[in-house]
Design a protein around this ligand. Structure first.
Ligand SMILES: Cc1ncc(COP(=O)(O)O)c(C=O)c1O
Length: 292
């Protein structure tokens, strides 16, 4: 499959308050964000022209910047409007939005207190490619060699670009072995999350998920926990060791991009996506696509 490179597409990008042609949305090579990972971003989806949990994403974007010591110079309401404008000018109904903020070029050293904070927002089409039945076949994960760091080591609640370095390494290693993604343990050896999604286990009819104390407490994670509880399932947030996968019947991931994605294998453990995964996958699909 040939991929259209992301810097050579038609369309428009919102860049520091203006809508500009897609190909003109450039940064200088001497940007602090590029050299020192002083960058935070969001991943959001629009369904039927409406951005799901838009306010929550933009509140998290501002919080992520604050955790890296910078203030994004736009309010949540301004970013909401900017995202809606990006969808409109690009005629996107079902798509993915990527706001990104970073420190600019005024200072090029570890200390960059006076650098300008930039914000850009791009969006591209992302229709539903696979039916629920195809998705229910499940994906395959390997264990990652890299671990999610201790909250004393990194600002783990920030959706910060730097935290994705180990995610890319882990996903590439898993893909090289024929897997779809990697399951990351945390610094204590507990199950943490996949490289871009949270994880849930079904054991004897109950849903278990790790406490998000060293990784992102995903907006989809919170949505699916509420959905599961509203359907009468018991959801338990607790420390989970990888050996417990032996007593686990179903596993699924949650995230803006993956929505609810069943998992059929994690290294030598196998699962059968079952009734609870199916119920939540369909329930989430229905919720995000609900008009109004
Ligand atoms: C590392 C990581 N964990 C979890 C998630 C899920 O977060 P959300 O449901 O807010 O998309 C994401 C995706 O944003 C992610 O990149």
């Amino acid at each position: 499959m040939t991929m259209l490179p992301f810097d050579d597409r038609d369309g428009f990008i919102w860049y520091n308050g203006e809508i500009i042609p897609w190909r003109d949305a450039r940064i200088h090579v001497l940007s602090h964000g590029l050299h020192y990972a002083s960058s935070v971003f969001e991943g959001e989806r629009a369904y039927g022209g409406k951005i799901f949990k838009m306010k929550e994403h933009h509140e998290r974007l501002l919080r992520s910047g604050a955790l890296l010591g910078f203030q994004i110079p736009y309010s949540v309401a301004e970013i909401d409007l900017a995202c809606e404008e990006v969808l409109k000018v690009n005629n996107i109904v079902d798509g993915y939005l990527r706001p990104v903020a970073w420190r600019g070029s005024e200072m090029m050293a570890v200390s960059a207190q006076k650098s300008k904070i930039h914000l850009a927002i791009a969006a591209w089409e992302w229709p539903a490619y696979f039916s629920a039945d195809a998705r229910l076949e499940g994906i395959r994960l390997d264990f990652a060699e890299w671990r999610r760091p201790d909250p004393a080591t990194a600002p783990v609640a920030s959706k910060a670009a730097g935290l994705y370095m180990i995610a890319t390494l882990s996903k590439h290693a898993a893909e090289a072995k024929g897997y779809n993604d990697a399951l990351m343990l945390d610094y204590r050896g507990q199950i943490a999350e996949a490289t871009g999604a949270n994880v849930f286990l079904v054991q004897d009819g109950k849903i278990h998920t790790p406490i998000p104390d060293c990784f992102l407490d995903g907006i989809t994670r919170q949505t699916v926990i509420a959905l599961a509880r509203s359907k009468g399932y018991e959801v338990i947030e607790r420390a989970i060791m990888p050996e417990e996968l032996a007593n686990t019947q179903e596993v699924f991931l949650t995230g803006t991009a993956v929505e609810v994605t069943p998992v059929r294998e994690i290294a030598h453990y196998s699962f059968t996506p079952g009734a609870i995964t199916r119920d939540l996958l369909l329930g989430y699909d229905e919720m995000v696509r609900k008009p109004g």
